[in-house]
Design a protein around this ligand. Structure first.
Ligand code: DC
Length: 228
């Protein structure tokens, strides 16, 4: 039995997983780990260094040369790739367009899962992603599976991009990218996105962030006594 508490949040792209995970971590004083940021940072490295995803030796060499670190500031996880802060760059469309392909690679997944498991070995954490409750921490005490209306999700991501100064990407492009990633995430061979049997569904199409936080806290509270 784990002595630390692991809260696993999985679900589709742009469902508000990270917003909820951050709020939850802040409220509980846990560490927040954005596993998607890790796949995005690896993708950025692959793009920059023109790593051939179909060449296992090249992929392994790249993975051996990548060091990822999180720096928690205000519960906004900042990720560094070989010491360089890349938190903004990994959200750009160029990375979003290629991350499904990179994250479907078995070598990449094995390495990311190894690092994620190390991060959650002894600390109380909230981790969000696609396979956290099914592959990374099958024994997580609290598992949530988030979903929301695809149109609402596209609008949310579009607004996020706009607020960061992206005036080029259209709502249609965001919608297409999300549809593409949903398809890729759920149909890939390696750890496809699927709800763990013991995960609780949270559809947040019509829920405020506060309502989602309350929902998650209600699920986590019974386990807090065990670790205190
Ligand atoms: O959560 P996100 O949109 O930032 O994730 C980026 C991509 O990484 C997403 O398209 C699927 C992949 N991913 C994954 O395969 N497994 C995870 N645990 C997290 C993300």
């Amino acid at each position: 039995m784990r002595k630390n508490l692991v809260i696993a949040i999985d679900g589709y792209s742009s469902c508000g997983k990270s917003t909820l995970a951050k709020a939850l971590a802040k409220k509980l004083g846990f560490i927040y780990i954005d596993s998607g940021a890790m796949y995005r940072a690896v993708t950025l490295y692959f793009i920059r260094n023109e790593v051939n995803i179909n060449d296992p030796a090249a992929v392994q060499n790249a993975l051996d040369n990548i060091e990822l670190n999180f720096h928690a500031r205000d519960y906004n996880s900042h990720i560094t790739l070989n010491g360089e802060e890349v938190s903004e760059e990994i959200r750009q469309m160029q990375v979003s367009g290629y991350v499904s392909e990179v994250s479907a690679n078995k070598q990449v997944r094995v390495e990311m899962v190894r690092q994620q498991q190390r991060m959650g070995k002894s600390k109380n954490i909230v981790m969000d992603g696609r396979d956290i409750g099914t592959a990374v921490f099958e024994d997580a005490q609290v598992k949530l599976f988030m979903t929301a209306d695809p149109k609402v999700r596209a609008e949310r991501r579009f607004n996020e991009l706009q607020s960061k100064g992206d005036q080029v990407t259209t709502l249609e492009e965001v919608f297409e990218n999300l549809a593409h990633r949903d398809y890729a995430d759920t149909t890939r061979k390696e750890s496809p996105l699927v709800r763990a049997e013991d995960a609780i569904i949270l559809d947040n199409t019509e829920l405020t962030p506060e309502e989602q936080l309350k929902f998650a806290l209600d699920k986590a509270t019974p386990f807090l006594e065990v670790i205190s």
